[in-house]
Design a binder for this molecule. Structure first.
Ligand code: NCD
Ligand code: ZN
Ligand code: ZN
Length: 348
């Protein structure tokens, strides 16, 4: 059987939620990833170092015995995050980044930033300390079309921000457009991007042709094929600026299959398998390890994972659903479908 051995990957953009929901999903990531950057968009959001420390403890407690999965914590930036919070975050040693949600852009972003200029002093402290700013890069103006919101964000928010803070480390999270891929590829080394498996595998037709498929609905929304091709090219290009970030975003089945469904694709159970499918489409499986396991740690200044994982070319069916909090179910993306690559079970 054909196999592929990789340094164990990390997930540089992951939603674990909290309490029973977190306990239901965390092992899917822990079974695959060495580490993950944990998103802070809880209710209420993780805005302080103390909250991040407590949240990290809850995650560690939910892990199975013997797991070495490491949650890397983030702070949720608000209009009023003080520069002193950045110093506390650095001193804690557990916080690896700060997350920008433009207010109203996505799930649990109501407490997000209304104007980044309010945060200039805090961002200057981050640039000074080398603490990256991770961004959900979409504008929220009602008059900007949802398919254009990422490209407009680059022009209206990101370029002015980098002009004010040229040395700030920035990760453009879950990029979805040719414009973002080109911007990041041409930017200096302090600017990088994560790309999800679903944006590499699907375009908006998958979500909208032949019926509306709520499990494909996420933000930023799936774009047209031209953009998917640009993302595939960027991810497989060998550039060190692009790395794995699943944006696996669990929502209960009923909250997705609804007249006003939540945004987010649940991809954690088969994350590396989905990326392998995408890289195989480009005949670029030889680039998967750099994207999944090497480029992220390099950007964050962390060592690569010490162990390996093995993917085998052995088709298997993804379950139709998994248990979730409060007796609910959660539907993974590609539920019930056959996937060509399978991660060999770890020994723990
Ligand atoms: N990606 C999504 O569609 N949803 C994420 C939020 C986010 O990453 O924007 C979530 O928390 O559900
Ligand atoms: Zn986002
Ligand atoms: Zn996300």
């Amino acid at each position: 059987m054909k196999t592929l051995s990789l340094t164990r990957p990390d997930d540089w953009h992951l939603h674990l939620r909290d309490d029973a929901a977190m306990e239901a999903v965390v092992n899917h990531s822990a079974a695959q990833m060495g580490r993950a950057i944990i998103m802070p968009n809880l209710k209420p959001p993780v805005t302080t170092t103390a909250q991040a420390q407590a949240y990290r403890q809850r995650i560690l407690q939910a892990l199975p015995q013997g797991s070495s999965f490491e949650p890397l914590m983030t702070l949720y930036l608000t209009d009023t995050t003080p520069p002193e919070e950045i110093q506390r975050a650095i001193d804690s040693g557990i916080i690896k980044a700060v997350k920008l949600y433009p207010a109203g852009a996505t799930t649990n972003s109501a407490s997000g930033v209304t104007d980044l200029r309010y945060c200039d002093e805090t961002i200057a402290a981050m640039a000074e300390a080398g603490l990256p700013l991770l961004m959900h890069g979409e504008v929220t103006d009602a008059d900007i079309d949802i398919f254009d919101r990422e490209a407009v964000f680059i022009e209206q928010v990101l370029k002015p921000l980098l002009a004010r803070h040229p040395s700030l480390k920035v990760v453009c999270e879950h990029i979805t457009t040719e414009q973002a891929a080109t911007f990041v590829a041409e930017a200096p080394d302090n600017v990088a991007a994560t790309i999800t498996a679903h944006h590499l595998l699907f375009n908006r037709n998958h979500m909208l042709v032949g019926g509306i498929r709520p499990h494909y609905y996420c933000l930023p929304i799936l774009k047209r094929e031209r953009h998917r091709q640009a993302l595939l090219k960027a991810a497989t290009s060998g550039s060190r600026k692009f790395f794995l970030g699943t944006d696996s975003a669990p929502h209960a089945q009923g909250d997705k299959e609804s007249s006003c469904g939540c945004a987010g694709a649940y991809t954690a159970p088969a994350a590396i398998e989905l990326y392998a499918m995408a890289f195989e489409q480009m005949d670029a499986l030889d680039q998967l390890e750099a994207f999944a396991s090497l480029n992220g740690p390099r950007f964050y200044g962390l060592p690569v994972n010490p162990d390996k994982v093995v993917l085998e070319r052995n088709s298997w069916a993804l379950p139709d659903s998994y248990p979730y909090a409060d007796g609910q179910r959660i539907i993974p993306l590609l539920a019930g479908e056959t996937l060509p690559w399978k991660l060999q079970k770890a020994s723990i």
